[in-house]
Design a protein around this ligand. Structure first.
Ligand code: HEM
Ligand SMILES: *[C@@H]1O[C@H](CO)[C@@H](O)[C@H](O)[C@H]1NC(C)=O
Ligand SMILES: *[C@@H]1O[C@H](CO)[C@@H](O)[C@H](O)[C@H]1NC(C)=O
Length: 545
C-alpha cells in the first residue's frame, strides 16, 4: 500500500520532534485543567444561584460589568448589552414579578448582582453607608485622572467630602444663579443676536456650551461668559484642542482607556485622538490649579473651585487633610463631568420634552410670566416661586436619569425584602459581597410609584409624590453634592429660554408624516455612554412677542 507511506513518515517525523508519551500527557493535562476550570466556574455559578435562593432574573456567561458589552451588544444567555439598564427599564422586574431582580454571571466567577426598583429596599441601602458601601473598583473609569470623591470609600471618602463640602454652600448657589443669568443673556445678545428663529441640529450644541460656561464662571471664577461654539476661536498657547472639544472626547471615549493597554493608543486615529484629549484636559486642569493658586485669594472667591482650593490650602485644625495634586485633579475632573455632562444632557432632555409636550410648555410659560411680569432680570429670590420649572426638571430627571446605575455592595450577610405589584413580600438572602444596583430607570418607570411612567407629566411633582422613589441624585450620605448647583443653573436657564423663546421640534421634511409616538421615540432616543446621552434632538427656538 504505497499511498500510506507518506502518512507513516509524517507520523515518524512528529514522533521525532515530540516524543509521543510526553506530548500526550501535556495534552491530557491541559484538557483536564480546562475542564476543571469550567467545572469550577459552573460550581461557583450554581452556588451563586443557590445563595440567593434562585431569585428570578438574568443568567449569563459574562458579567454585565465587563466592558465586553461595548463591543458585542446583547447576546442572550451570554452577555447583557451596555444599554441594558436603560432600554429594559422596568421590564426585567415585570418578568421577575418582583421589584428586585437578579443577574448572575459565570465569569468573573459567580458574580451576583441584585437590581433594585423597590423604594423601600433602596432606602435601606442608601441609608447605611457602612452596611452598603460602594464597590470602588467599579469606578475605575472615573479615576483616570486621580482618586476622587465619587470613586472612594471610608477614610479616603471622608477626607474628600470634608474638603469639598464647604464649596457647595448657599452663597455659592446665589453665585451660580447670577453666573447663569449672565451666561444666558450673553447667549441671547451675542450668540443669537435676539434673532426671531434659531434652529439647532442637536440641542446639545447649545446645552453643552451653556453648561460648560456656567461651570467656568460659577465653578472656576473664569471671566469667559460664553464659550463660543465656533471651533476656529484661537486656542490658548500650548494647546491643540479647545477645552470643550477635549472634554467632549474624553467623556465619549473614556472606556478605551480601560480596555486597551497604553501601547495600543497609537494604533488607530480614534485612540490617538483620545490620548491627545486626555493630555489636553489634564493640561487645562493643571493650568487652572496653577492660575488659581497664583491669583491668590480674592475677595469674592465664592466659586466652587476657589472654595475647594481654599479648603485645601488652609486646612484649619487638621493639617493632614489636604489633597495631593493627583487628588485635586481627580476631584476637579468629577466636578467637570458632573457639572458638564449630566447638566447639559438633562437640559437637552428638558427642551426635548417641552418641545414634544406643548401644553406643558404653556403651563410653564404662564407661571414664568406671572413670576416675572416685566423685563426684570430674574433674581435668585425668584427661584422659590418658579415651582413649575423645578417640577419640569424633576420630571425630566425621572424619565432621563443621567446616572442609570448607582452601585453598592453588601458588606455583610443580610436580607432584603422585595415587594411585588400586588403587595406581596419576599425575603431575599443577600450574601456578603453581593452587588446591589440602585437602578434609576427601573425605579422611575415603576408604575407602582409613577402611573403612566412613559408620559411626561411635571404636575405629578406638585402634589404629594413618592420621595423615596426618586433617585436621580442618589440619596443618603453618598447623595449628589451638586444637586442645588444643578437645580439653580437649570431653573435659571429654563426660565430665561422659555420666557423669551418658544421651543418646538425642528421641521424636517423626512419626518413630516410621523405620528406623535414615532416622533417621541425619535426625539427621546438615548444611549448610555458615561451618562445617559441624547441621540439627536433637533429644535427650533422662536422669539415670543
Ligand atoms: C443633573 C445633574 C446631576 C445629576 C443627576 C447628578 C447625579 C449624581 C448621582 C446619582 C451621584 C451618586 C453617584 C454614585 O454614587 O455613583 C452623584 C454624586 C456626586 N455629584 Fe452629582 N449629579 C448632577 C450634577 C452634579 C453637579 C453639577 C456637581 C458639581 C458641580 C455634582 C457633584 C457630585 C459629587 C461631588 C458627587 C459625589 C458625592 C459623594 O460621593 O459623596 N453633581 N451625582
Ligand atoms: C498627621 O499625620 C502624622 C503622621 O501621619 C501624625 O503623626 C500626626 O499626628 C497627624 N496630625 C494630625 C493633626 O492629625
Ligand atoms: C424636586 O426634587 C427634589 C429632590 O431631588 C426635591 O427636593 C424638590 O422638592 C422637588 N421639587 C419639585 C417642585 O418637584
Amino acid at each position: 500500500m504505497p499511498y500510506s507511506l507518506p502518512k507513516l513518515e509524517l507520523y515518524r517525523d512528529i514522533r521525532l520532534l515530540l516524543p509521543w508519551p510526553s506530548a500526550r500527557s501535556v495534552v491530557i493535562l491541559l484538557a483536564s485543567l480546562f475542564i476543571a476550570y469550567f467545572l469550577n466556574l459552573y460550581r461557583y455559578f450554581r452556588l451563586a444561584v443557590l445563595s440567593i435562593n434562585d431569585f428570578p432574573g438574568g443568567r449569563t456567561v459574562f458579567s454585565v460589568e465587563l466592558i465586553l458589552n461595548r463591543f458585542f451588544g446583547s447576546i442572550p444567555g451570554v452577555l447583557l448589552s451596555a444599554d441594558y439598564s436603560w432600554t429594559e427599564r422596568y421590564d426585567p422586574y415585570e418578568k421577575a414579578r418582583w421589584d428586585i431582580h437578579s443577574t448572575i454571571a459565570a465569569w468573573p466567577r459567580g458574580s451576583t448582582s441584585l437590581w433594585l426598583a423597590d423604594a423601600d429596599a433602596i432606602k435601606e441601602v442608601t441609608s447605611s453607608r457602612v452596611r452598603f458601601p460602594k464597590p470602588v473598583d467599579m469606578y475605575a473609569v472615573l479615576k483616570v485622572f486621580g482618586p476622587n470623591i465619587v470613586g472612594s470609600e471610608f477614610d479616603e471618602w471622608k477626607k474628600f467630602r470634608r474638603i469639598t463640602a464647604p464649596a457647595f454652600s448657599e452663597r455659592n448657589n446665589k453665585y451660580v444663579w447670577d453666573a447663569t443669568v449672565r451666561v444666558m443673556m450673553n447667549v441671547f445678545e451675542n450668540s443669537w443676536g435676539w434673532r426671531d428663529e434659531i434652529t439647532v441640529d442637536h440641542a446639545t450644541e447649545l446645552t453643552l456650551p451653556i453648561a460648560l460656561s456656567v461651570l467656568a464662571v460659577a465653578g472656576f471664577g473664569s471671566p469667559i461668559d460664553f464659550i463660543e461654539e465656533k471651533d476656529e476661536a484661537p486656542l490658548r498657547p500650548g494647546h491643540d484642542m479647545s477645552f470643550k472639544q477635549a472634554l467632549h472626547i474624553v467623556a465619549k471615549d473614556i472606556w478605551i482607556k480601560l480596555v486597551l493597554p497604553e501601547w495600543a493608543y497609537g494604533l488607530y486615529p480614534r485612540f490617538r485622538r483620545m490620548r491627545k484629549a486626555f493630555a489636553e484636559v489634564e493640561l487645562y486642569m493643571r493650568e487652572m490649579i496653577y492660575e488659581r493658586r497664583t491669583l491668590g485669594k480674592t475677595e469674592d472667591r465664592f466659586d466652587l473651585f476657589g472654595l475647594l482650593l481654599d479648603g485645601n490650602d488652609n486646612p484649619g485644625v487638621d493639617e493632614n487633610v489636604t489633597l495631593t495634586d493627583d487628588e485635586l485633579l481627580g476631584n476637579l475632573f468629577i466636578f467637570l463631568l458632573g457639572g458638564h455632562e449630566a447638566s447639559a444632557h438633562t437640559l437637552c432632555f428638558t427642551f426635548a420634552a417641552l418641545a414634544l409636550y406643548q401644553e406643558e410648555q404653556e403651563i410653564l410659560y404662564q407661571q414664568i410670566l406671572k413670576v416675572l411680569p416685566s423685563d426684570k432680570t430674574p433674581s435668585y429670590e425668584d427661584m422659590h416661586s418658579l415651582t413649575q420649572s423645578m417640577a419640569v426638571f424633576n420630571e425630566t430627571l425621572r424619565m432621563f436619569s443621567p446616572v442609570n446605575v448607582i452601585p453598592k455592595y453588601s458588606a455583610e450577610d443580610t436580607i432584603l425584602t422585595a415587594s411585588s405589584a400586588n403587595g406581596d413580600q419576599m425575603q431575599i438572602p443577600v450574601p456578603k459581597g453581593t452587588k446591589l444596583f440602585i437602578h434609576t430607570p427601573g425605579l422611575h418607570y415603576n408604575p407602582r410609584y409613577w402611573p403612566e411612567p412613559e408620559t411626561f407629566k411635571p404636575g405629578r411633582f406638585l402634589g404629594d409624590w413618592p420621595r423615596d422613589a426618586f433617585m436621580a441624585y442618589s440619596a443618603g450620605s453618598r447623595g449628589c453634592m451638586g444637586r442645588k448647583f444643578f437645580e439653580t443653573e437649570g431653573v435659571a436657564v429654563l426660565t430665561l429660554i422659555v420666557k423669551y423663546y418658544k421651543i418646538t421640534v425642528k421641521d424636517e421634511p423626512q419626518f413630516a408624516s410621523e405620528t406623535f409616538g414615532e416622533r417621541k421615540a425619535r426625539i427621546f432616543n438615548a444611549r448610555n455612554i458615561l451618562t445617559l446621552t441624547p441621540n439627536r434632538v433637533p429644535l427650533s427656538f422662536s422669539r415670543r412677542r
